[in-house]
Design a protein around this ligand. Structure first.
Ligand code: JF5
Length: 236
């Protein structure tokens, strides 16, 4: 069971996501437990303030430390070796997320995902309460919520018994580091376009080697970096 807590100022954004998606199925099946928390629940002023202007001046607002650190410590305990949870801040300053890290995160018992907004969070929150910053890519969002959903979806689908079809994750690990080749379903002809003969042949061996060849070809063309990075030089 992977426990995930999210801290956000927009908890409603997660409602349909938690209810309708594969993530909802993972929770129903008892494989994951997703809880979304409103950061403002940890404010103590009348206006439930979560941000303030930056010291030194400049545009925009910064997330103030008190509500965030209170929330994180309530959910994860104090930072240090006895903390059981992994506290992750989604931010463009983080290390770029890749599938290997996703698989490690899926094996954690408890993740606390902290969604930043505005121009960023007070550095002391990161130093005192966050274990790791993760980016989902080199672009800037308005807040960490969409990035948190990406992590939730990527990790929960790796949990045993979530995808229902274990071969699809096995296939993935067999093909690890390669892009998927082209896929086809019925009808056999669509707007004058057919389907590669081999896929209709019923020869599973031929189908498998055709798929491998197409996956490799596509990867070389679109993501040559993946080929150079691939461990143990399988394929070529
Ligand atoms: C965020 C302040 C966090 O923009 C991102 C992001 C991009 N890649 N991964 C995460 O996070 C939202 C915006 C402003 C802190």
């Amino acid at each position: 069971m992977l426990r995930i807590d999210v801290v956000t100022i927009f908890p409603v954004l997660f409602e349909p996501f938690a209810r309708e998606s594969m993530v909802g199925i993972a929770c129903q099946r008892g494989k994951a437990d997703l809880k979304v928390h409103d950061l403002r629940d940890w404010t103590s002023d009348r206006h439930r303030t979560v941000d303030d202007s930056p010291y030194g001046g400049g545009p925009g607002m910064v997330m103030k430390p008190e509500p965030l650190v209170t929330a994180i410590e309530a959910l994860a305990g104090e930072k240090g070796p006895s903390r059981k949870a992994r506290v992750i801040l989604l931010s463009p300053q983080g290390r770029r997320l890749e599938q290997e890290r996703v698989e490690q995160l899926a094996r954690e018992e408890h993740l606390v995902l902290v969604c930043g907004r505005y121009e960023g969070v007070d550095q002391r929150v990161i130093d005192l309460a966050v274990d790791e910053e993760i980016s989902i890519g080199d672009y800037v969002l308005c807040g960490g919520e969409v990035a948190a959903m990406a992590i939730i979806e990527a990790t929960t689908r790796m949990l045993p018994g979530v995808l229902g079809n274990p071969e699809s994750t096995e296939w993935e690990s067999f093909q690890k580091g390669l892009l998927e080749g082209p896929q086809f379903t019925r009808p056999p002809e669509f707007r004058g376009q057919g389907v590669p003969e081999v896929l209709l042949s019923g020869d599973h061996g031929k189908v498998a080697s055709w798929r491998e060849a197409r996956a490799l070809e596509r990867t070389k063309e679109r993501r040559p970096d993946l080929i150079r990075t691939r461990q143990d030089g399988e394929g070529d």
